[in-house]
Ligand binder design. Sequence first.
Ligand code: FES
Length: 325
Amino acid sequence: MADNQMIPRRLLKVRVHGIRYEAEDIFSFELRSIDGAELPRFTAGSHIEILIKNGLERSYSLVNPQHETHRYVVAVARDPQSRGGSEYMCDILRPGHELQISEPSNNFALAEDAAETVLIAGGIGITPIWSMLQRLVQINRSWRLFYTARTRERAAFLAELLALQSQYPDRVTIVFDQEPNVAGLNLEAIVRSQSPVAHFYCCGPAGLLNAFEAATSSLDPATVHLERFSSEQAPARGGFEVTLAKSGRSFLIPADKTILEVLLSEGIEVSRSCMEGVCGTCETPVLEGVPDHRDSVLSKREREANKMMMICCSGSKTDKLVLDL
Ligand code: FES
């Protein structure tokens, strides 16, 4: 993770070049720079933040191949519980509209040198996985894909995945779990049957991710990678003191505020985006104290190391935290 605190984000201006229907309630958006300049390079698994309106930002995985620099493509599922992000993207945004976006960053990076890679996706969780899969095919690595969607009508990139399946029938498993007489993915069995040196990646709804975490709990954490869409954990709330090592200033974090909210209210500018522990932008080094981690970015090993924390959602298990800010 990058130590990006206090560094203002560089925003890019892009235009919606095209919108494509990918599946029921899923659209992809092709974004190009306004002046036709190359866009910053990215790696498979990267995401960008899109500034929607009124301070609302949403993080979306890039789905196009990582060698492309003339465009970014994101895919968005219209969420009936939308708090404004997917509704704006799917119902209001049109080709020709201009947007501000962040540069790509990657909290879900692919270990390209792994001898075997197992990709598991549920629903719109296929987005980072599809980008990874294109990369693995490009560099000729050994991989397996397990993709589950409710129905074939709701499966994004299905034509592309079926084409890969006809080329590599042993490597692609696609399950439509709401079709009659279809069993869902058995993650325990999938994980058990893979090579001991395999790296596992999973993105999808909470139920799939929880099953994935259970199925991989005995594996080396360095080989287990997952990405959540949104935080399912309640943010930690105050009752402790935070000291900023660089200025020596200390703040009491009250019960109804997060660390980030307190710092912003004191005029301290900190990089941030999602405000719910999923994007990694507010990651901050911890010098003293034990964070109460509530994010969906850090791995189990990173959490246990207590060296970094997401200050938009995480709190403290100790009376005091010293941050490298
Ligand atoms: S702002 Fe996104 S993780 Fe904190």
